[in-house]
Write a protein that binds this ligand. Sequence first.
Ligand code: ZN
Length: 76
Amino acid sequence: MKDVRCIDCGKTPGEIGEYIDAGRENGMSPESYVEQEEGTYNPENGHFICTEDFIRKELALGRRPVGSDGGTWTAP
Ligand SMILES: [Zn+2]
C-alpha cells in the first residue's frame, strides 16, 4: 500500500489545506488530486512535496528543483 505523504512536513493530502480545497473543487479526494495533479508526486511510493515545502526547497537551492533528466522533480 502506498503512503501518500509529503516527505518534508510528513502530512498526508487530507491534512494539507491546498489539496483539500483542490480536491473539493475537482470533485475528488485530496489523495486522488495529488496522485493525478501534483507534479512532485512519485507513483512508485506515493511521496510528494507540498507547495509550501517545494517553495522552501526552491529558495534553499536558489533555483527550481529539476529531476535527473532535467524534467519535473519528483519526490524520492
Ligand atoms: Zn509539506
